[in-house]
Each structure stands twice: as structure tokens, then as C-alpha cells.
Design a protein around this ligand. Structure first.
Ligand SMILES: NC(=O)c1ccc[n+]([C@@H]2O[C@H](COP(=O)([O-])OP(=O)(O)OC[C@H]3O[C@@H](n4cnc5c(N)ncnc54)[C@H](O)[C@@H]3O)[C@@H](O)[C@H]2O)c1
Length: 260
């Protein structure tokens, strides 16, 4: 799974899954541009501290100007672009009802769905045969119950985006795939973890999946690194679910201890 000589652009790389992905790609030899709305310099410093090559850019990657700027910087810094991990995202309100305002819904679609599309479109002229695009979807894009309604809809869109983009890039040798994480401890899910710890209920986190634990950002990053590498050379238009088996199981009420 070597990525020596490759150049990767990772959005949402100031922390969480994006930082873990940037580090995993760097560990395999890729030079990395870490992009985020927030200052990504800590991620850059971690990669450089590990002996890797990295630059950072703070921008809104879900605008046409931001997408163009980040691609231009990757090429200016490292001379080429081979890997795009479109990972930046926002969760939005968790309310399962129908009260979300249209502007709020549109903002979630802008960041989570139009953002990856803009990144792919800006990167395309620089990508050649062997290049790889990976988007971060979510189990929330597969079914209800893992996020708010706009978030789920946006992530379902990301899953379709990788399918349709893989078809649109037919004949180019560029692969397009997604990872769909389950519950992962990151800044996005920090309130849930903090609340559970405060109530002494940390042990209940992740109990709905067969591995009976929450996931780590590094466990998602390993799937990203695989999809970005030549080891996945015949994997295209797919979604790799990294959720401990959550989406493989229907809801199940275990028998109470002692029978019944
Ligand atoms: N943590 C989970 O349980 C989980 C599960 C499934 C999917 N995901 C997805 O994984 C991705 C990464 O999330 P995370 O969990 O690491 O949380 P996170 O909040 O740490 O990471 C998201 C990053 O994206 C950045 N970002 C948001 N909007 C941006 C914009 N317009 N331009 C540039 N950067 C922007 C944020 O500043 C943040 O650093 C997201 O797409 C999220 O939806 C997370």
C-alpha cells in the first residue's frame, strides 16, 4: 500500500477522521495538503514531526473559490495531485422531526454534498490514470437512525455521488469510492462522549454493533488509505462501511437474563 511519490489533498483535516487520514496517507509516503475551515497547522506539525511532507490551508472547501484554491495550492506545493479525500462535513441538528429550516438544510447539503462535488470538479483536471478519490459518507446515508434528517440525506447523496462520478469518469483510470463510518470518537461526536462519560455511561457507547464499542478515527483512516492505494486498483464506485457491523444487523432485543 505504498503511496510514495503521490500527493494527497484531505479536507476537514484539522482533526478527527481527516487528521487521521492525512497521517495515514503520509505514513505510506504521500505528501499531504491538509485543508480545513479551522487552522490545520497542528495536523501539519504532527505529519512533519513524523518525517512526512505536509502543508496546510485554512479555507471553506465548500465554495467554488475555496475548492479552486486548495487544488491550486496542492499542485503549487507538491507539483501534482493523485489522491483527494473529500472528508469535511457538519452534523447539523439531530432532531428526527421535520422542523429543520430550509436554510439550515441547504447549508448541510452545501458542506456535506456540494463540497465533495466541488472538490472533485476542481481536482479532475489534475488527476490521471491511477488517481483515487475517496469521500467520507456515513452509515447515516444508508438508513435512518444515525443522524438528523438533512445529515442523512446529504450522506446518501455522497454515496450516490461516488457511484455517478465513477461512471462519469469511465475510461479515465480514476477510481472514486467512499467510506461510511459508524460512530467514531472525534470532535464532531465529542458532546455525545462527554455526556456519556459525565453520566458514567461510557460503557454503553457502541453497544448496538456486534463489536460493542465505538470506533477510532484511525480505523476509518486505514480504509481510506486502502481505497487511495493501488491495493484497491479494481475497487471503484463502492462504499466501504466501517461501523463495527452496526449496519449489518437488524435491531434485536436480547432475552432478559434468566429466560422469559
Ligand atoms: N464521527 C463520526 O461518528 C462520523 C460518522 C460518520 C461520518 N462522519 C463524517 O466524517 C467526516 C469527518 O468528521 P469527524 O467525525 O472527523 O468530525 P470533525 O468535526 O472533527 O471533522 C470535520 C472537519 O471538517 C471541517 N469543516 C467543516 N466544514 C468545512 C468547510 N466548509 N470547509 C472546510 N472544512 C470544513 C471542520 O472544521 C472539522 O475540522 C465528516 O464528513 C462526518 O460527517 C463522522
Amino acid at each position: 500500500m505504498t503511496l510514495a511519490g503521490r500527493v494527497a489533498l484531505v479536507t476537514g483535516a484539522a482533526g478527527g477522521i481527516g487528521r487521521a487520514s492525512a497521517r495515514a496517507l503520509s505514513a505510506r509516503g504521500a505528501a499531504v495538503l491538509a485543508v480545513d475551515l479551522k487552522d490545520p497547522s497542528e495536523t501539519v506539525a504532527l505529519i512533519r514531526g513524523d518525517g512526512g511532507a505536509a502543508e496546510g490551508l485554512a479555507t471553506d472547501c465548500a465554495t467554488e473559490a475555496g475548492a479552486a484554491a486548495m487544488v491550486a495550492q496542492a499542485v503549487a506545493s507538491f507539483g501534482r495531485l493523485d489522491i483527494l479525500h473529500a472528508n469535511a462535513g457538519i452534523s447539523g441538528p439531530l432532531n428526527p422531526d421535520l422542523t429543520t429550516g430550509a436554510a439550515e438544510f441547504a447549508e448541510i447539503l452545501r458542506v456535506n454534498l456540494i463540497g465533495p462535488w466541488l472538490a472533485i470538479r476542481a481536482a479532475r483536471p489534475h488527476l490521471g490514470a491511477g488517481a483515487a478519490i475517496v469521500c467520507t459518507a456515513s452509515v447515516a446515508g444508508l438508513a435512518a437512525g444515525a443522524g438528523g434528517l438533512p445529515y442523512s440525506a446529504s450522506k446518501a447523496g455522497v454515496i450516490n455521488l461516488v457511484q455517478t462520478t465513477a461512471a462519469a469518469l469511465s475510461g479515465t483510470g480514476i477510481r472514486v469510492n467512499a467510506v461510511a463510518p459508524g460512530l467514531i470518537e472525534t470532535p464532531m461526536t465529542a458532546p455525545l462522549y462527554t455526556d456519556a462519560r459525565a453520566r458514567g455511561r461510557e460503557g454503553r457507547i457502541g453497544q448496538l454493533n456486534p463489536l460493542r464499542r465505538g470506533g477510532e478515527a484511525e480505523e476509518v483512516a486505514e480504509a481510506v488509505a486502502f481505497l487511495a492505494s493501488d491495493a484497491a486498483s479494481y475497487v471503484n464506485g463502492q462504499v466501504i462501511v466501517v461501523d463495527g457491523g452496526l449496519s449489518a444487523s437488524l435491531p434485536f432485543a436480547p432475552r432478559p437474563a434468566g429466560g422469559g
